[in-house]
Ligand binder design. Sequence first.
Ligand SMILES: C[S@@+](CC[C@H](N)C(=O)[O-])C[C@H]1O[C@@H](n2cnc3c(N)ncnc32)[C@H](O)[C@@H]1O
Length: 283
Amino acid sequence: MANELSIQAAIAHGRERLQHCADNPHNEALMLLQYITGKSKTLLLAYPEDTLTSAQVQFYEQALNRRDQGEPMAYILAQREFWTLDLKVISGVLIPRPETELLVEACLPILAQQQQAKILDLGTGSGCIALALAKEFPSAQIIACDISATCIDVAQYNAQANAISNVHFMRSHWFSEIHGIQFDLIVSNPPYIDEDDVDIDPEVERFEPDIALFADHHGYADIFHIIENSPSYLSAKGTLIVEHGWQQAEKIRQHMADNGYTGISSSCDLQLHERITQGQRTT
Ligand SMILES: C[S@@+](CC[C@H](N)C(=O)[O-])C[C@H]1O[C@@H](n2cnc3c(N)ncnc32)[C@H](O)[C@@H]1O
């Protein structure tokens, strides 16, 4: 590619390079150019004759190569929007998904009556769930944990970048470092994919962390561990709410019932798949 390139030529070049790997090559080319130049989409389109520096051209080409090899845009841009937040994401941290916003949404009515609730987010990743809840409920006291040091670093960065101060992040193997607190709400989007699942998107499998995706026991091991142990950490009538795979709801409801939860119910995503299940500690 040329050393200097006009914005117009760069958009056309990007569109061509991305046509096999992106649903919307034009939009992705623009997103990369926004990131590289720091200019808004409007400015890029209003001044198509402006040129990229040779360093910007080189960076653009590298970004196009990464995307062409299937790397998700969120990792290339090191950024993903979630709820009302701009979050940093890097390799080693799961990219927050739109479905997980439904998990946040499902927590809202539970927390509406308890603005000062104590909340535990298990497997916080980028911090997306904990930070979205913290922003909605600034008086809530939230602990968010993850086994991965990279995730905790990134989640802490995200809290600071979004000026959120009511979440305490810590490393913990599920409940291992949680002592002496009873929570009104435990929320989790744990790993739940069966390692033998042949339907997993190859790009997800290649680029996103295994530890965030896969769980033993056909994908149920971590969710079952959380269901079995949460009652010891929930206050009376406290709620556990988990995200899970679209075919797992029935077994999860049964496991909650077997472990003494009441008020068990599941809710659906936009494809009408049951993806979120909640239950209450009995007393
Ligand atoms: C599906 S990801 C969810 C991340 C984030 N909450 C979200 O919704 O985008 C599961 C998270 O659980 C974490 N995790 C896996 N095993 C864990 C364990 N034993 N203890 C704590 N966290 C764990 C992973 O590092 C990952 O960040």
